[in-house]
Each structure stands twice: as structure tokens, then as C-alpha cells.
Ligand binder design. Structure first.
Ligand SMILES: Cc1ncc(COP(=O)(O)O)c(C=O)c1O
Length: 368
């Protein structure tokens, strides 16, 4: 038996949201995916790129790099692609931290952060969210020590939903020593109020990167662009940091199908923005109805809602399942429910009403 790294024994494997069985009539609301298939020009670009799968992709992804750089007004050398933004997060972690180094992030947040941190041999420093599911920035600032190499801010936050207000974000970043990297994970930014479905000049992370070379911004094509299955994301960073990210990047992680699809999706931005706007409308309908029904939930700026059901989580997950909804349960903490197909929304509201009837609310519902 070969000797494995002992620190991996304590590490849980990444858990994917449940995938429906063949023929099962359910809505999969467990992975914050887009309910929309590819836009026609995107599907055509993927089909055309399929003819070249005998070749390796162009590692530099030059056309896509140019498109992203000009969209955000940065130099092409500041853009580094990865196989999904989870690889971008991994690149940043491995470029700045190793054994003996601390990585500070809010918790609960994206579950890959502890896995990737421990995978790199670094030490996770999770800082609890506030009661309303927000980053506790003063506590995060207080958690920084000489051992800290990276702070990850997930805004808007997965799985709770709130975004960090721009002024608080700016103050926090300005307070971090310049040798400590600040990674802004903006996977859900398109869904945030005031972002105009991802309009580049409204991007808070990109604005901060211009002033602070220790900032790295991670974006993905998986959520608003609906290309989760193709695996493409990227980091925007100072040229020095971007060079380091390229050194630790997985070679050829972004296939040319993914590159072609992402390029076509950027070009079809107006149609994409309409889809995002309709998902935001759906979220507003669902969250307004939940609030009107007495639920007190965190302010979602994403394509999902969070029910912090604590000990009621497992039973509540069964209730959602009985309504034909596969949701993401974090045992003992809460349920995350993706807002996707409009037909699923009445089922979400019906399941939530049943939770109230059965007293499975963990105090998140105003009786009355
Ligand atoms: C906050 C956050 N960041 C990054 C990712 C990674 O997305 P991808 O690797 O598909 O780009 C996810 C996926 O769920 C996420 O929730």
C-alpha cells in the first residue's frame, strides 16, 4: 500500500448535488445551474469546434483572452483561464500558499475552498458568517496574521446569497496588507442587483484590481452563461500574479469547444442578459412570495435561495424531494435551492409552506 498524505484523511470528498435518475420527473435545483441550453450561436460554435477534437486546444486561448481583456479594459496578460473558475481558485491558492500558510475565508461559503486549501497543504481559517448570511468583514480582518497569504471573499456568497456592499468591500481590501492576496470570487455577480447582468464597468472586483495589485478576480462561464458542462472560467490579476497563475495552471484544461462556446457567448451578450434578467425576475417573485408568507431569509443576490434550517435540514430536504425538487442540503446547516425553471417556483413555495405546517423552520419563519 502506498503512503498517502496523512492530512487527506480528514478531508471530505467534494459532494455534487444529486443528479436525477434516468426518467425521473424532478427539477434539479441543487447545483445553481442555468435552466437554459446554449443560445443558437453558442451551439453552432460548439458544433463547429467538434471537428477539431483530434487536436489539443490552443493553450493560450488567445481569441478568448483578447475578448475578455477588451471587455474589462485590462491587458491580455492579466487574464488567465482555467477549467472552470474552481481551477482559477485553485491556481490562486497554489500560487500563493503552501504548508504553514493560512487562507482566510468566510464560512459557510463555496465548499471547494477548504478542499483546495488543504489540497495545497495550507491551513484553512474559516470565519463564521453573520446571522444573516453575510461576510463578517471585521472578524475576517481580525483573523489575518503574519501567516495569512490569501483572503477569499465570495460575493455574492454561495450558499447564502448576500453580496458584500461595494463600500465595505473597498474598505476591507484597503485594510489588507499589500503582500496578502485578496481573491474576489464573483461567480454569481451577473445576478446581483445593480450589475446589469454582468456589465463590465459595474464589476466591483475589476475596479478594485485597478487600484490594488494584490486583488485577483475570478469569473466563470458556468452560471449566467450556462456553460457549466464545458468548464471554463478565468482570473483577472496583475501581470505579475497572472504570470504565477499560468505557472501552476493545468495545461490544456480549457478545451477548444469551451473556448469557442465562451467566445460566442460573450458575443451574444444581449440575449444572455435577457435570460439573466428573467432569472432575476423569477428570484424576486419567489423571494417576495416567501417573505410575504412569513419567511425571513438572507438577501439573495444570486440564482438561489438559502433556508438556514439547522437541525431541520434533513427532514426539510425530504419535503422538497416529495414535491419533485432536488435541492442541496448541508446537513445541520441549511438548504440551498436554485432558482431556475419558472415551473419549479410554485413547487418551491408549496414545499416551503409544508415546512411551516410541519414546524420545520428553525425559527426562520415569523409565526402569525
Ligand atoms: C462561488 C463559486 N465559485 C466558483 C464556482 C466554480 O464554478 P466553475 O468551476 O463551474 O466555474 C462555483 C460553483 O458552484 C461557486 O459557487
Amino acid at each position: 500500500m502506498i503512503r498517502l498524505r496523512p492530512d487527506l484523511a480528514a478531508l471530505p470528498a467534494y459532494r455534487q448535488g444529486r443528479i436525477p435518475d434516468a426518467g425521473e420527473r424532478v427539477f434539479k435545483l441543487s447545483s445553481n445551474e442555468s435552466p437554459y441550453g446554449p443560445l443558437p450561436p453558442v451551439a453552432e460554435a460548439i458544433a463547429a469546434a467538434a471537428a477539431d477534437v483530434n487536436r489539443y486546444p490552443e493553450a493560450a486561448a488567445s481569441a478568448l483572452t483578447e475578448a475578455v481583456a477588451s471587455r474589462y479594459g485590462v491587458a491580455p496578460d492579466q487574464v488567465v483561464f482555467g477549467g472552470g473558475s474552481v481551477e482559477s481558485v485553485s491556481q490562486v491558492i497554489r500560487a500563493v500558499a503552501g504548508p504553514g500558510d493560512d487562507i482566510v475565508y468566510a464560512w459557510r461559503s463555496f465548499e471547494a475552498y477548504p478542499l483546495l486549501t488543504i489540497g495545497a497543504g495550507a491551513t484553512p481559517v474559516p470565519v463564521p458568517l453573520t446571522a444573516d448570511g453575510r461576510h463578517d468583514l471585521p472578524a475576517m480582518r481580525a483573523a489575518l496574521t503574519d501567516a495569512t497569504r490569501l483572503v477569499i471573499l465570495c460575493t455574492p456568497n454561495n450558499p447564502t446569497g448576500p453580496a458584500i456592499p461595494a463600500d465595505e468591500l473597498g474598505e476591507f481590501v484597503a485594510s489588507v496588507p499589500p503582500e496578502v492576496c485578496v481573491l474576489l470570487d464573483e461567480a454569481y455577480l451577473h445576478f446581483q442587483a445593480g450589475q446589469d447582468a454582468g456589465a463590465p464597468d459595474a464589476d466591483p472586483g475589476v475596479a478594485l484590481l485597478r487600484e490594488h495589485p494584490n486583488v485577483v478576480v475570478a469569473h466563470t462561464f458556468s452560471k449566467a452563461h450556462g456553460l457549466a458542462g464545458l468548464r471554463v472560467g478565468y482570473a483577472l490579476a496583475s501581470i505579475e500574479v497572472a504570470d504565477a497563475l499560468r505557472k501552476v495552471a493545468m495545461p490544456f484544461a480549457v478545451t477548444h469547444l469551451a473556448q469557442a462556446a465562451a467566445l460566442a457567448s460573450l458575443a451574444a451578450y444581449d440575449e444572455l442578459a435577457e435570460r439573466v434578467a428573467s432569472l432575476i425576475d423569477e428570484r424576486t417573485r419567489v423571494t417576495d412570495a416567501l417573505t410575504a408568507a412569513g419567511w425571513e431569509l438572507p438577501d439573495s443576490q444570486t440564482n438561489f435561495v438559502w433556508f438556514g434550517l439547522g437541525p431541520d435540514t434533513a427532514a426539510a430536504s425530504e419535503v422538497f424531494a416529495a414535491h419533485g425538487l432536488i435541492v442541496r442540503a448541508f446537513p445541520g446547516e441549511g438548504l440551498r435551492v436554485t432558482i431556475a425553471e419558472a415551473d419549479a417556483s410554485p413547487l418551491i413555495l408549496a414545499a416551503a409552506a409544508e415546512l411551516v405546517e410541519r414546524g420545520l423552520t428553525n425559527g426562520r419563519h415569523r409565526a402569525g
